[in-house]
Design a protein around this ligand. Structure first.
Ligand code: AMP
Length: 223
């Protein structure tokens, strides 16, 4: 299975990708996670990407296309994957289609999580990430727990530097300008399915699973 989870920052792509990874045992490829890891390790990629991440801007297409080619052609992703955070621009989507053509593989579908803009800003500003396992938590998930500790692994929770309200707004603007046009790109090739991302995490997950079981993402009948 090869799917793209699409949507604005904070729409739940990472959370849903982790659930799907557990269910289907296929790698979750998050370009944001790969970049953050590179920044922490101070690799040449991380050193180049840091300023873009901190300001909420997109890392240049050539860097991202090179990175995704490397990951998709590597062992674990050869038989399937969930892409989260890539593509984010039309040139990235075109390069991905060319790569699939070269490798003779097909995309099963693009599942888009629709979330209202005010909710995006609220979710990004309120959420916390675990420094150890990378999971993201919203305030409701932390209510009965110590807000500084990850309920899953006990790691330290922190606010991502690009989740402050100001940078969150910038990321939403960039999504609307550069990434949203991809909806039309994938709609034209009949690979796009939009679902309501405002509901509970488990409800969204079940709908994605039902779409994948029916093969509807590849040949959608709804908007
Ligand atoms: P994310 O965790 O997916 O929200 O990504 C965090 C940040 O990583 C983004 O705000 C960008 O700076 C960078 N990034 C992640 N994926 C991409 C991509 N496909 N193209 C350009 N920049 C990216």
């Amino acid at each position: 299975m090869r799917i793209i989870l699409f949507g604005p920052p904070g729409s739940g792509k990472g959370t849903q990708a982790k659930l799907l990874k557990g269910r289907y045992c296929i790698p979750h490829i998050s370009t944001g996670d790969l970049l953050r890891e590179a920044v922490v390790k101070e690799t040449p990629l991380g050193i180049r990407a840091k300023g873009y991440l901190d300001s909420g801007n997109l890392v240049p297409d050539d860097v991202m296309i090179g990175l995704i080619r490397e990951v998709i052609t590597s062992g674990p992703a050869q038989h399937g994957f969930i892409l989260d955070g890539f593509p984010r621009t039309i040139p990235q989507a075109e390069a991905l289609d060319r790569l699939f053509g070269e490798l003779g593989i097909e995309l099963d579908g693009v599942i888009s999580l629709r979330v209202e803009h005010d909710e995006v800003i609220r979710r990004l500003s309120d959420r916390r990430m675990c420094r150890s396992c990378g999971r993201i938590f919203n305030p409701a998930q932390l209510q009965r727990n110590d807000v500084s500790k990850c309920p899953q692994c006990g790691g330290e929770l922190f606010q991502r530097s690009d989740d402050t309200p100001e940078t969150a707004r910038r990321r939403l603007e960039i999504y609307l300008r550069d990434t949203k046009p991809l909806k039309e790109f994938y709609r034209q090739s009949n690979r796009f399915l939009q679902i309501d991302g405002m509901r509970e995490i488990s409800g969204v997950h079940e709908e994605i699973v039902s779409i994948l079981q029916k093969g509807r993402a590849k040949n959608p009948t709804s908007p």
